[in-house]
Write a protein that binds this ligand. Structure first.
Ligand code: ATP
Ligand code: MG
Length: 298
C-alpha cells in the first residue's frame, strides 16, 4: 500500500502527549473524519540531520510500512512538511511491556507463554519477508488495549537503539555471536526470545551482573542458572535451555517454539490474557470516544 502523501497534521485532532524518544515526540491523536485513534510520532528533520540519519529513514519506514501482522506495531502511513516527518502508528493503549513487567515483578506462565508465542509468530512473519535487524528487548515491546504484544521500533529505530546499547549499557539481550563479532543471522532473535522468556518468568534477564564485562562473560559462557523462586515449571526451563544455546544453528527454530509442550499447554491462542470485561473498562486517557482499529482507514 502506498503512503497517501496528502495527509497532514490538520487531519488529526491531537490528544495527550505520550512520550519522547531520541528523534521526536509521540502523541495520541484522532483522525478527524473517521474518529480512529492513532499515535503520531513527530520526528524533527533537524534532529535527523544531527544524527546523520536522514538517508536511511525513508527506506526503513517503507520496510515497517510493508509489515502487517497482529504482533507488529502497524505503521499506517506517514507524511512530512518542512520541519517534521510524522509517522501515523497503531496506538498501543497499554504502553510499554517493560513497565508492566516491572510493576508485576514477573508474569504467570500463561502470560509469558502467550507473549513468547506471539513474538515467535511475529518474527517468523518478519523472517519470511526477509526483514532482519530487529531489537526485541522489552522497551521495544508495547501492549495494545487487549493486552496483545506488539513489536515496535525496529528498522529505522533499531539503529538508534543499537547506539543506546553502548551509551547506556543495555547489553543483556546481546547474543554471544554478536559479542564475539562473528557473522550473525536470524538465529539472534531466537536467542533473544530465550532471554525474554526467562525475564518474563523470573523478572530479570539471566546474565545480569553488576559490571557490564561480567554480563558479557556470562553470555559467551552461557552461564545459565534457574533460581529456586519464583517457582517455574520444568517445561518452561526446557524451552529456555533450548533457546539459550551458544551454537546458533542448534537453537530451537521458531516453528519448534510454537510446537513446544510448554507453549502448547500455556499460550492463549488469541494472544491476549485479558478478559473482554477488563478491556471494556479500559479508558483511553485524553480521548472521549472508543478506540477503533485504524487499519481500515489507511
Ligand atoms: P527511541 O527513540 O530510541 O525509539 P523511545 O522508544 O523511548 O526511544 P519513542 O519510540 O519515540 O521513544 O517513544 C516515546 C514514548 O512513546 C515511549 O514511552 C513509547 O513507549 C511511547 N510510544 C511510542 N509509540 C507508541 C505507540 N504507537 N502507542 C503507544 N505508545 C507509544
Ligand atoms: Mg521507541
Amino acid at each position: 500500500m502506498a503512503a497517501r502523501q496528502e495527509w497532514s497534521m490538520s487531519d488529526f485532532e491531537i490528544g495527550r502527549y505520550i512520550g519522547e524518544g531520541k528523534f521526536g515526540k509521540v502523541y495520541l491523536a484522532r483522525e478527524k473524519q473517521s474518529g480512529y485513534v492513532v499515535a503520531l510520532k513527530v520526528i524533527y528533520k533537524a534532529k535527523l540531520e544531527k544524527y546523520r540519519f536522514h538517508s536511511h529513514l525513508r527506506r526503513e519506514i517503507e520496510i515497517q510500512h510493508s509489515l502487517n501482522h497482529p504482533n507488529v506495531l502497524r505503521l499506517f502511513t506517514w507524511f512530512h512538511d518542512e520541519e517534521r516527518v510524522v509517522l501515523v502508528l497503531e496506538y498501543a493503549a497499554r504502553g510499554e511491556l517493560y513497565k508492566v513487567l516491572r510493576a508485576a515483578g514477573c508474569f504467570t506462565e500463561r502470560t509469558a507463554a502467550t507473549y513468547v508465542a506471539s513474538l515467535a509468530g511475529a518474527l517468523a512473519y518478519c523472517h519470511k519477508k526477509q526483514v532482519i535487524h530487529r531489537d526485541i528487548k522489552p522497551e521495544n515491546l508495547l501492549l495494545d488495549i487487549e493486552g496483545r504484544i506488539k513489536i515496535a521500533d525496529f528498522g529505522w529505530a533499531a539503529r538508534s537503539n543499537a547506539k543506546r546499547h553502548t551509551l547506556c549499557g543495555t547489553i543483556d539481550y546481546l547474543a554471544p555471536e554478536m559479542i564475539e563479532k562473528k557473522a550473525h543471522d536470524y538465529a539472534v532473535d531466537n536467542w533473544t526470545l530465550g532471554i525474554l522468556c526467562y525475564e518474563f518468568l523470573y523478572g530479570s534477564p539471566p546474565f545480569e551482573a553488576d559490571e557490564q564485562d561480567d554480563t558479557l562473560r556470562r553470555i559467551v559462557r552461557v552461564d545459565l542458572t534457574f533460581p529456586s523462586t519464583p517457582c517455574v515449571s520444568s517445561e518452561a526451563k526446557d524451552l529456555i535451555s533450548k533457546l539459550l544455546v551458544k551454537d546458533s544453528s542448534k537453537r530451537l527454530s521458531l516453528e519448534d517454539i510454537m510446537k513446544h509442550p510448554w507453549i502448547k499447554k500455556n499460550a492463549e491462542p488469541s494472544g491476549s490474557c485479558i478478559k473482554q470485561r477488563e478491556v471494556k473498562k479500559t479508558k483511553i486517557p485524553g480521548l472521549k470516544s472508543e478506540q477503533k482499529d485504524g487499519s481500515i482507514l489507511f
